[in-house]
Design a protein around this ligand. Structure first.
Ligand SMILES: [Zn+2]
Length: 72
């Protein structure tokens, strides 16, 4: 009865969900996709860009929003 091929897939979802998440890494040696930026990304960084150029969802702050007192 215990075949071990088809039934494993359904039962296997009970455990080791945590383990899978932790082991999710990306290719080492990736570089920020921003032109001119050569920052090497962490293997844990899911983004294509470094922290400086990463587009943060939720906080859409514009640098231009500040009105500069002095216009050079
Ligand atoms: Zn960058």
């Amino acid at each position: 009865m215990v075949d071990g091929s088809d039934s494993v897939d359904a039962v296997g979802a009970v455990s080791c969900t945590n383990y899978r998440r932790a082991s999710r890494v990306y290719l080492p040696g990736r570089v920020c996709s921003e032109p001119g930026c050569e920052t090497v990304l962490s293997i844990y960084n899911p983004e294509d860009r470094c922290s400086r150029h990463a587009i943060v969802a939720g906080s859409t702050r514009r640098r231009r929003n500040r009105s500069l007192p002095k216009a050079s």
